[in-house]
Design a protein around this ligand. Structure first.
Ligand code: ZN
Ligand code: ZN
Length: 359
């Protein structure tokens, strides 16, 4: 059995779970034979005594807990040292055995990830920074910034049914690619990344919701559409978002029902869009909605007609106020590009996109 004066702990060779410290004032600890156990200490904790300079036995202390913690830390450090190179090796082997490219920029991936997108592409997706309409979030042009109290032409002429809509970023390049991976290629883990973005938006809306916690309602798909796709992307993204929020919000997935299939809103006049959306939604449980503040959640907002119609139906059922949160926003100037894109896409994707931009 060894002991060292001062504060350095030494492991007792014969009993490695015992930590021995020298007694203060002692020229060298004289280790006593009786082992005292503090009444409150666990049975595994053992205390030793040593004779001090003034005579008498004093507790020098021992603790297997402290030692165990140190051991755990050491083991974790050792693991990190051993595992890091192994992980790097595995990732390289994986990329050789299962070569794949980033689905957005096509550069080879050399990391094991659930999402087939490189870190650079993910980092390039940033929140929209353009001046935006305070109601619908559309990009404001120079002239609109000067008049209209921060509202776009559309909101000045016909105020939407939602109080405010916010989106994380513009529906273009990387963000659009990510949404397509989820919706059209069923890369479901992408919902988690998009959920982070949606959580960011919902948090921004929370102060406007007041004291009452809002209901979070994903925009539903028609059952035929959901059955074809196998999932509702808005629901997956919203579910991921709610998990990341600091406040626990109620996710009401079945509250709103899409009871009719609609066509793309792109290229339609305002009257045609309203007609297209007529009776498309209904509220399943009016009691749940009565007096509630609702945050509608979706992947993409285009014209805003769908979200406005959902808000109208919810308010008609008794909702106090309705906000809208989406991952991406197709700014009105860019809708022409989307319409062209729809025509150039393969048939299956064109149909999907047409419906996607209509919701
Ligand atoms: Zn990439
Ligand atoms: Zn607007």
């Amino acid at each position: 059995m060894k002991s060292v004066p001062g504060t350095l702990p030494v492991i007792c060779a014969s009993a490695p779970n015992v930590l021995i410290l020298a007694c203060h004032g002692a020229t060298g600890p004289e280790i006593s034979q009786p082992a005292l156990r503090h009444p409150a200490a666990p049975a595994t904790r053992v205390s030793f005594c040593a004779r001090g300079a003034h005579g008498g036995w004093r507790v020098v202390f021992s603790s297997c807990e402290t030692l165990e913690r140190k051991r755990r830390e050491q083991r974790a450090e050792q693991r990190a040292v051993l595992v890091a190179p192994l992980q790097a090796l595995l990732q390289n082997v994986f990329s050789v055995l299962f070569p794949s490219d980033c689905r957005l920029c096509r550069t080879p991936l050399n990391n094991i990830s659930r999402i087939p997108v490189c870190a650079e592409c993910l980092e390039a997706i940033q929140p929209a920074r353009a001046p935006q309409c305070v109601i619908c979030g559309d990009r404001l042009t120079g002239a609109q910034l000067l008049v209209g109290n921060g509202r776009c032409h559309g909101c000045r002429d016909f105020e939407p049914e939602f109080a405010r809509a916010i989106s994380f970023g513009e529906y273009e390049s990387g963000l659009r690619g990510l949404i397509h991976l989820l919706k059209y290629e069923s890369v479901l883990p992408v919902a988690s990344v998009l959920g982070n973005m949606l959580a960011f938006v919902i948090e921004e809306l929370l102060p406007a919701c007041g004291d009452a916690l809002p209901l979070v309602v994903p925009v539903p798909l028609h059952k035929s559409k959901r059955s074809d796709r196998g999932f509702n992307q808005a629901e997956l993204i919203t579910r991921a978002a709610v998990k990341r929020l600091p406040k626990r919000l109620e996710l009401a997935t079945g509250l709103l029902v899409r009871q009719r299939v609609t066509i793309s809103q792109v290229g339609l006049t305002r009257e045609q869009r309203i007609e297209n959306m007529r009776d498309a939604f209904r509220v399943r449980d009016r009691h749940q909605v009565r007096g509630a503040t609702v945050i509608l959640a979706d992947d993409v907002m285009t014209t805003g007609t769908t979200l406005s119609e959902c808000a109208r139906v919810l308010k008609q059922a008794g909702a106090e106020r309705v906000f809208a949160a989406t991952v991406a926003r197709a700014f009105q100037g860019a809708l022409q590009d989307i319409a062209i894109h729809v025509e150039r896409e393969p048939v299956i994707h064109a149909e999907e996109e047409a419906i996607a931009v209509s919701v």
